[in-house]
Ligand binder design. Structure first.
Ligand code: M6R
Length: 610
């Protein structure tokens, strides 16, 4: 699972490519390479494992004159098949070193294909499915690359976005895709290829997102797009980048994670600012207005992990506010379940990246059965956003660090607005609706208030950073928040934690608790406050450590080992304040453990393979 960036023009582009690699390294960071090729059958190739700076060091030592080179390709890898080694690092090449290939995706039948190649005496230097692809091109080569790629796509199972060079035709670059994202961008006589549309923003004005089963041939300063049936697609629509690239520097912040936590109040405000008319207590969104016209009787939410947890939180809003029964599925599970797609259910997909392969697959299943789809997405022009019937952007800007902070808040904000719009259209309890709308006005100040308490949160986090196990407990609306921060703690500290509904503790997990197993209990002012006090007693009676996340008004402060206070607010909005507080809590534990916070081990920002 990788990121591909290719560039075709007659000027030297090494530093340009390295900058792009640095800029997008946050997404995939196991290894990186660049290749540059010129008309004289000559090429310059540099590969490195682990971080991009290794590659930068190698390239800086290069003394070769690259001024006449005209195709440049860069690649960062997140290992799926084969360990992080130079052999497994792209580009992969054929036995005769005529074809070079980069690949993003997974070829599921690669073992079978590899066995058949081995029978034909092909040898392999590495373990990747991508190497199998380039050797298939070599084996089946006929006429030209375009013809050959179309031929081999028939025997490939599942996802790929590839760029291929034939050194016998070094002025031609061929790209093809099924499943994995790929975008074609244009500058002045320049052509760009990227797995991520965001990477092209500010570099070119126009772009064409490629759809599955399309192949692009760049030749003689021109491009043509074909489908796999060899039909020329002459009327592909061009798109313009509308949004300015946001700030990607981390300024004085020690980590992107911290910077992004401090952006949360702004993200919250940004996501609702022009969508609520506070004078009229109205949600102003054409998309939501259209949504409320639909005859919806049920909601099903489909997403992966953090986005799934946002979905679980929203399920309570949809049920309790909008009175709509709601079911939440992990996209990895939904795909293999029996489907009951019907026209009275709204299928809500949530994704920060808009490229998560598992969610994208589920979307296709629902669309194939004519289900009404709605996407809550952060990345404009992502694959998923292009396929849904309706969507709302979370406007969280690019999220750099792997685990999600501000994007989660952006998702919650949009989901809350959806539930308010559906609620209002169904004329339910107007006074309660008004109370929430009013509480939302200037709510970013309450989030800011949490950030001002960072030192207190840090002091408590430091006291708990050496514990290898932790429970996160919450209930109702706050159970998914406990789940999300149990995930976050695992992601960035590598410590074990589990999340439960606090009521479930006594049904089993309580047996795990002992002196070195602290419990984080979320108990702000909610209707289940007293129930949580009972949980506290169950744990506290055994003199175990309990950190409570509570609101300022709490009168039982003496019951806890440690307390973290959040500003008072209405129950429906507590997830926003607790999420921000817990972001800081997890961050400071990871900081104290000297973890590589922005690039946690084994993880990738955007999971574009199943
Ligand atoms: O881009 P998506 O929201 O579809 O991604 C889904 C998950 O891969 C993602 O939320 C992941 O769990 C985050 N790293 C969590 O912090």
């Amino acid at each position: 699972m990788c990121w591909i960036f290719a560039y075709m023009w007659e000027k030297e582009a090494t530093s340009f490519l390295l900058n792009w690699l640095r800029k997008l390294e946050y997404r995939w960071y196991d290894s990186a390479w660049i290749v540059e090729i010129n008309n004289a059958w000559d090429f310059y190739l540099e590969k490195s494992v682990w971080k991009v700076w290794n590659l930068v060091n190698l390239v800086e030592k290069n003394e070769k004159d690259l001024t006449n080179y005209h195709i440049w390709i860069a690649h960062t890898r997140w290992a799926t098949h084969g360990w992080v080694t130079l052999e497994n690092c792209h580009p992969h090449y054929s036995l005769n070193k005529r074809f070079f290939l980069v690949h993003n995706g997974i070829i599921e039948n690669y073992i079978e294909l590899k066995k058949s190649l081995i029978k034909d005496w092909y040898t392999f230097y590495g373990d990747t499915d991508s190497e199998v692809l380039v050797k298939l091109i070599e084996k089946y080569f006929e006429k030209d690359l375009e013809y050959t790629i179309k031929k081999i796509t028939k025997i490939l199972e599942w996802a790929y976005a590839i760029a291929v060079i034939d050194r016998e035709n070094p002025d031609v670059l061929v790209w093809a895709k099924i499943g994995s994202p790929l975008v074609l961008g244009f500058g002045q006589k320049e052509f760009f290829l990227s797995s991520d549309p965001n990477a092209l923003n500010q570099t070119c004005n126009n772009f064409i997102p490629l759809e599955d089963g399309e192949i692009v041939i760049i030749k003689d300063n021109n491009f043509n797009i074909f489908n796999f049936n060899n039909e020329l697609l002459a009327d592909k629509e061009y798109h313009e980048f509308e949004e300015m690239e946001e700030e990607r520097w981390k300024w004085d912040y020690a980590h992107y994670m911290l910077k992004e936590i401090y952006e949360i109040p702004y993200i919250f405000k940004n996501a609702i600012a022009w969508r609520i008319n506070y004078e009229k207590d109205e949600i102003k969104s054409n998309t939501l207005a259209k949504l409320t016209q639909e005859n919806i009787k049920k909601i099903e939410i489909i997403a992966s992990w953090t986005s799934y947890n946002a979905g679980l939180t929203a399920a309570t809003w949809f049920e309790e506010l909008a009175d709509l029964p709601t079911q939440v599925h992990m996209s990895t599970e939904f795909k293999y379940k029996k489907h009951f797609i019907n026209q009275k259910t709204l299928y809500v997909f949530i994704s920060q990246s808009g490229e998560t392969a598992d969610s994208l697959e589920c979307l296709k299943i629902v669309k194939n059965k004519w289900g009404l789809t709605f996407w809550v997405v952060n990345v404009v022009w992502s694959s998923i956003a292009r396929l849904t019937d309706m969507w709302l952007y979370t406007h969280s800007w690019t999220e750099i660090w792997v685990a999600s902070t501000k994007a989660f808040i952006g998702q919650l904000t949009v989901l809350l607005l959806m539930s308010l719009a559906l609620w209002n259209s169904r004329n339910l309890e107007y006074l309660k609706y008004k109370e929430i709308i009013w509480a939302l006005e200037n709510f970013d100040e309450k989030i800011n208030e949490v950030l001002k308490r960072a030192d207190k949160i840090k002091a408590i986090a430091l006291r708990y950073s050496d514990y290898k196990n932790m429970f996160f407990l919450g209930r109702n609306l706050l159970y998914p928040i406990a789940m999300e921060w149990s995930l976050k703690l695992k992601e960035i500290t590598y410590h074990h934690s589990e999340a439960y509904s606090s009521g479930e503790l006594k049904h089993g997990p309580l047996s795990l608790i002992e002196e070195n197993f602290p419990t984080v209990l979320l108990n702000p002012k909610t209707k289940l406050y007293d129930k949580n006090i009972s949980t506290l007693k169950e744990v506290g009676a055994r003199e175990w450590k309990v950190i409570w996340f509570i609101t300022d008004w709490d009168k039982n402060k003496d019951l806890y080992t440690d307390i973290v206070e959040i500003p008072d607010t209405i129950e429906e909005l507590t997830p926003f304040l607790l999420a921000t507080t817990l972001d800081l809590f997890a961050y400071y534990i990871a900081l104290n453990l000297w973890r590589e916070i922005d690039k946690p081990r084994n993880l990738a920002k955007s999971v574009t393979v199943e």
